[in-house]
Design a protein around this ligand. Structure first.
Ligand SMILES: Nc1ncnc2c1ncn2[C@@H]1O[C@H](COP(=O)(O)OP(=O)(O)O)[C@@H](O)[C@H]1O
Ligand SMILES: [Mg+2]
Length: 367
């Protein structure tokens, strides 16, 4: 039995290798290097479950720590998030300082000053608002030309906590401080915006969609990974495995891992049987972990629409869907719009829709 040291399908897990995200990482980095106050310093990363949003946030954190940035690592939208963010900035500032000290010769009074400046007095801690303390620490870091990046995960547009953070962030920007923010979430959770303040901010924010990975990148990664693990696979089956991921990073991990598992109980070779078994297992896992959760928040009517779509092999005409649902085309259009907003379906052409979540059609046909 071989130990799978390469693939590990789990949400938020840093992959052993980040496949095919060079372009988006560059876009994010360029945004962070823009002058304080630029629009690109606030970014909203949108993508379906398993598309690699959380992993990208961690990756960017690591990269910019090397570029005079102090980072509040990804904080999930939740109660007290502002306090958590301040703690993380303090913690990261200390690490930053320790690293800087290693490179200093002799005592450096300047850096020692910064060290004191990131602590709060008891009075400040007890009587001042988190907004006050956040601004205080950002100003202190700015004096030493240190930038601050705030990372927010699982954005919920209607959250009061997020609204509070955004107002605080806008005040920091207003002061001309070198701050930046990257937020990640499902397209659905930002489209149901109830909150004006958040909506206005989102409208002015740069939006980056993270879509499927390039299949060629996945294929190249698979070839290398299987060879490292001493697993034999024909280039034909390897290409097929890459295609079966449909570009989803989560499926990339699942299929890779299941291929390793089934090959290792079969003399370390992927033959057609081993391949079929692994793909089947991966699709089941994917449908349980992703398709089920994707459908959970939808209304019965939304699901009727999707079921009507699943009758077609590939794309569906809105007209046909309406007929299958027994409703007028106008009525069906309402659901089409809602589902498009959630990113679960896409509209390749006028009057035509297609599933945007891998294997969702198959899941609906079977459930
Ligand atoms: N670019 C990538 N290359 C390889 N694996 C990735 C990549 N992005 C994400 N993954 C893997 O995919 C899975 C889902 O990633 P995650 O960041 O949790 O997705 P999301 O936050 O969008 O739901 C994890 O197992 C992760 O390791
Ligand atoms: Mg995530």
């Amino acid at each position: 039995m071989v130990r799978d040291t390469i693939f590990s399908p789990a949400f938020g897990n840093r992959p052993s290798q980040l496949v095919g995200r060079d372009v988006i990482l560059r876009q994010l980095l360029d945004g962070l290097m823009a002058v304080p106050g630029s629009k690109e310093r606030a970014t909203l990363l949108l993508g379906q479950r398993g598309m690699g949003k959380t992993v990208l946030l961690w990756e960017i954190a690591e990269t910019v720590r090397e570029k005079n940035y102090v980072v509040a690592s990804p904080t999930i939208v939740s109660e007290n998030m502002l306090e958590r963010i301040i703690e993380k900035i303090q913690e990261d500032s200390e690490q930053y300082l320790n690293k800087k000290k290693l490179h200093l010769t002799g005592a450096n009074v300047g850096v020692m000053g910064f060290s004191a400046g990131i602590q709060f007095s008891r009075e400040e801690q007890e009587t001042k608002s988190p907004e006050y303390r956040l601004a205080r620490i950002c100003r202190e870091l700015a004096r030493f030309e240190v930038n601050v990046l705030i990372l927010v995960d699982e954005v919920q547009a209607n959250s009061a906590e997020l609204k509070r953070l955004i107002i605080a962030y806008q005040e920091l920007v207003g002061e001309g401080l070198p701050v930046a923010i990257i937020m990640a979430g499902l397209p659905a959770s930002v489209s149901q915006t109830l909150n004006d303040k958040v909506l206005t901010f989102f409208n002015r924010t740069r939006k980056l969609d993270i879509g499927p990975l390039n299949l060629r990148d996945i294929n190249a990664f698979y070839e290398e990974a299987f060879s490292t693990l001493h697993i034999e696979i024909s280039s034909d089956l390897c290409t097929k495995a890459a295609e079966a991921t449909l570009g989803s990073p989560y499926l990339l991990q699942l299929i890779g891992h299941n291929l390793v598992l089934s090959a290792s109980s079969d003399s370390m070779t992927v033959n057609q049987d081993v391949y079929n078994k692994a793909i089947k297992a991966s699709q089941n896992d994917y449908q349980e972990d992703i398709c089920k959760t994707t459908l959970a928040p939808l209304s019965d009517r939304d699901i009727d629409f999707l079921r009507a779509m699943s009758k077609d092999a590939d794309t569906s005409k809105v007209f046909d869907i309406a007929v299958r649902m027994g409703v007028t085309t106008d009525y069906a259009q309402k659901y089409r719009r809602r589902l498009l907003e959630t990113g679960i379906i896409e509209a390749p052409r006028r009057g035509v829709v297609a599933f945007a979540v891998p294997y969702l059609a198959d899941y609906l046909r079977r459930s």
